[in-house]
Design a protein around this ligand. Structure first.
Ligand code: AMP
Length: 416
């Protein structure tokens, strides 16, 4: 089914089709097939659509057509608002607007209003008026408090990655923003999961929404491997794997900012193009690191889970779990960074002696049967699992006390 059957108007369609072709979008993904026609009708939508399903274009295409069909206004009037959980996602959404709108005779002015960077340039950017604002909730409220923009004329509201918005504690901000918006508007909510809070949000903010689900989405084609290795030799193992031509671009997950910086330093010393991506970097450095990775200037990006949210690198061939995710639910999220939009991917997890039990839990929770293999030259020596030194009331050891998460994990493992 081609894009021409989705109900895009004959005025906008040729320009959008040219842009879609240039972007390499052959045919609509399932969520695009379902959501575009409904959004063009003006109805509210609640869509179960994870990252990687093509959800961004599913709302950007109707949004661009809506912009194109409305008579131009001077000064510009803010008609479309997209709320996202992270700065990275905001920049990606703005990028999709620019990519898919590039062939239209008139392009919308899209302003990103995100936290973590100075507010002044955003206030300046809004002074000239914007057609679309892509915002994180906290910064949007700050800008509203500064009278830098008005939401009174918003006709389309998109809540993207709504589950992450709530997970990151933006519930109250969302309620405040909803209260500022006109009640007569179209609302589209996209979420990868549907906890009760999302239902409540949908019930409070949407009118008789059509419920959509990208069920027919093919499972990402990701080959999963696990390698048993001593903790102290993970760096060497990674270096040996980086010689493989398939490993031209690798996203490496670590568990902490410190480990990310340390590993990036080790790889850099060995001549690998690498950057660390984590929450302690300035927004400018994060954007530059991500762009350099996307442009192929870096072979390796070392990231923590939080920083990696919303990262979308087209055709990323390999993801490495240098350290296993603490929570088994983060495992599919991590490996889903590769094998997107029909491409093939490889996900490799490093498992040391202390992580074996946790690896089994990850497998069990994700319906996976994958015993770690041994790579010649990296045969593990530290087969003895170090006993965690647990505070026993006798004073304990500072910093070795199991965290709440550790206890929950131990309890879950014991229950299995
Ligand atoms: P999203 O779910 O919006 O984050 O999109 C995931 C990836 O799929 C992005 O790299 C998009 O560029 C790509 N994509 C979205 N729609 C299509 C399509 N119809 N055909 C091919 N690639 C697509």
């Amino acid at each position: 089914m081609p894009f021409s059957t989705l109900g895009l108007s004959s005025g906008a369609l040729p320009a959008l089709q040219r842009a879609l072709r240039q972007a390499g979008y052959g045919a609509p993904t399932p969520i695009q097939r379902q959501a575009v026609p409904v959004l063009l009708e003006g109805r509210d939508v609640v869509a179960l659509a994870p990252t990687g399903s093509g959800k961004t274009a599913a709302y950007v295409l109707p949004a661009l057509q809506r912009f194109f069909s409305a008579p131009p206004r001077k000064p510009r009037v803010l008609r479309q608002l997209v709320l996202v959980p992270t700065r990275e996602l905001a920049l990606q959404v703005a990028d999709v607007f620019a990519t898919l709108g590039r062939e239209l005779p008139r392009q919308p002015r899209v302003v990103c209003a995100v936290g973590g960077v100075s507010i002044n340039p955003q206030m300046m950017a809004l002074r000239g008026g914007a057609d679309v604002v892509v915002a994180t909730p906290g910064r949007l409220l700050d800008l509203l408090a500064h009278n830098a923009l008005s939401l009174r004329h918003v006709q389309l509201l998109v809540l993207d990655e709504a589950d992450r918005l709530l997970e990151l504690g933006f519930g109250e901000e969302l309620r405040q923003i909803l209260a500022e918006l006109p009640t007569r508007r179209q609302t589209a909510l996209f979420s990868a999961t549907f906890p009760g809070q999302i239902e409540a949000l949908a019930a409070a903010g949407l009118r008789a929404p059509r419920r959509l689900q990208a069920v027919a989405q093919a499972q990402p084609d990701v080959e999963q491997r696990a390698i048993r290795v001593d903790a102290g030799r993970r760096g060497e193992l990674l270096l040996s794997l980086l010689d493989d031509p398939q490993w031209r671009q690798v996203l490496v997950f670590v568990g902490s900012i410190r480990e990310g910086d340390r590993l990036a330093g080790v790889l850099r010393k060995r001549g690998i193009g690498v950057q660390a991506l984590h929450g302690e970097l300035s927004q400018g450095r994060r954007v530059r690191a991500l762009q350099a990775f996307k442009d192929g200037e870096l072979q390796v990006l070392v990231a923590t889970d939080v920083a990696a949210r919303g990262i979308d690198v087209a055709g990323l061939p390999v993801v490495v779990n240098y350290e296993l995710p603490r929570s088994p639910v983060d495992y599919p999220h991590r490996i889903g960074r590769t094998g997107r939009a029909g491409g093939k991917g490889l996900a490799v997890s490093f498992v040391d002696a202390a992580g074996l039990a946790h690896w089994r839990l990850i497998c069990k929770r994700n319906g996976l049967q994958l015993e770690p293999a041994v790579r010649p030259g990296f045969e593990p020596m530290d087969t003895a699992v170090p006993t965690p030194r647990v505070a026993d009331g006798s004073g304990g050891i500072k910093g070795r006390r199991p965290s709440r998460k550790d206890r929950l994990r131990a309890a879950a493992a014991a229950a299995d």
